[in-house]
Design a protein around this ligand. Structure first.
Ligand code: ZN
Ligand code: ZN
Length: 397
């Protein structure tokens, strides 16, 4: 049994007018009868869309000044078919898209959205735990195979030493895939076969990206060792906040006010770790309360910051976890709340926040980009050895 959406969310009722506005703006030169027919059709389409309680990928253009956030992974390092590790997609009405973390298994959910990988070239890493970067390799190389037309761009924190920073991790990832990359270079469009890394100081609260009216800020998170951060994205008066993994800390409280969506980790309780994972009590206490934020503290974060929608993630969204999580949060916070699960979607606009579930298919794949990715650079090609070629058997003719 899953917790039902009505229990999991508080959903303000909003009226969507964007489809009608888009339709009207494009029909200025049409005769009146055609125009009224077009308006009727748009109104019918709008009514149909507004009545849907689910989100079907590739069917809803964003309205003016609208932000859409989709949970691609909300779980733990123990990713499973029902719940991938951490990843969040933010889409803006100007076409900009941003990924925050790319945890193991999340790429399958991203694929279900049918978005060309060439539009998914900006990833902001909160820290280098596998449940936050585990699908970065598949994103890098899979995106290249899917005709990304430029490099994958990654932002991530430094560490206390160069060896614990983002740049070091990605350099080693490239080394790990030396065989893969050597075989592809010269045979695939060269433009998509690169990663650009921007490593920034994890100790500062600072803007690390500013373009097209989008401002992304990072600040220190307190989680295992030095080198984890939290993020905010601000655009057109809207604010998305993502904690990554952290215990409650002064930087988060200072930076996360006035959030529309405030996503905070909300780990298992001590007792849940003892019952479900068979941790001994001391280990359970350390993991839940020293390395992570337990639901009781998560509720206090939400009540202090009063976001338009609080979102709790980083646990099992299951029948035997979610009720306990909810109970603990509700002891101190009674505002709008979503207990996150994979493929929930939040539409944020001036009228309110709408929370629904994505209905995709397991069979979908990322759509092809509108332009070809360009030619390969044949000079980069590595030929097979004569010895290997001598083993070929020609069955083509
Ligand atoms: Zn972590
Ligand atoms: Zn984590």
């Amino acid at each position: 049994m899953r917790v039902t959406p009505s229990l999991r969310t508080t959903i303000p009722v909003i009226v969507l007018i964007s489809a009608l506005a888009v339709a009207i703006s494009g029909i200025g030169d049409m005769p009146k009868t055609v125009m009224s027919a077009a308006v009727d059709a748009a109104m019918a389409a709008e009514e149909e869309t507004a009545s849907r309680d689910n989100y079907f990928p590739n069917t809803e253009p964003l309205g003016s000044d609208e932000m859409r956030v989709i949970a691609l992974g909300t779980g733990t390092p123990n990713f499973r078919r029902s719940q991938a590790s951490a990843s969040w997609l933010v889409e803006l009405d100007n076409g900009d898209k941003f990924l925050f973390d790319i945890g193991t298994g999340s790429l399958a959910n991203l694929g279900a959205l049918e978005i060309p990988y060439t539009y998914l070239d900006k990833i902001f890493i909160s820290h280098l735990h596998v449940d936050h970067i585990g699908d970065l390799d598949a994103m890098f190389i899979g995106g290249w195979v899917s005709n990304r037309t430029g490099p994958l761009r990654v932002w991530g924190p430094s560490g206390l030493k160069p060896e614990t920073g983002t740049k070091y991790a990605i350099d080693r990832m490239r080394e790990m895939f030396t065989w893969d990359l050597t075989g592809r270079r010269g045979n695939m469009p060269s433009a998509g076969g690169h990663i650009e890394v921007t490593e920034f100081d994890y100790r500062k609260s600072h803007v690390i990206y500013e373009q097209n009216g989008v401002k992304i800020k990072a600040w220190p998170a307190v989680h295992t060792i030095d080198g984890a951060v939290s993020y905010s994205l601000e655009w057109n008066g809207k604010k998305f906040v993502y904690s990554g993994d952290t215990v409650p800390n002064k930087w988060f409280l200072a930076e996360s006010g006035d959030a529309d969506l405030l996503i905070h980790e909300c780990y298992f309780t001590v007792q849940q770790l003892i019952d479900l994972k068979k941790y001994d009590p001391e280990r359970a206490r350390i993991v839940s309360t020293v390395l992570h934020t337990p639901p009781s503290s998560c509720g206090k974060i939400f009540s202090r910051l009063q976001p338009r929608m609080a979102i709790a993630y980083h646990n099992f969204a299951d029948f035997n976890v979610a009720p306990g999580t909810l109970e603990e949060i509700r002891k101190t916070y009674d505002g709008p709340l979503t207990l996150a699960d994979d493929l929930l979607v939040w539409n944020v606009n001036a009228d309110g926040i709408r929370v629904r579930r994505v209905i995709g298919t397991d069979e979908a794949w990322p759509a092809a980009p509108p332009q070809p990715a360009g030619p390969p650079d044949r000079s980069e090609r590595t030929e097979q050895s004569d010895w290997l070629k001598s083993g070929r058997v020609d069955l083509l003719n």
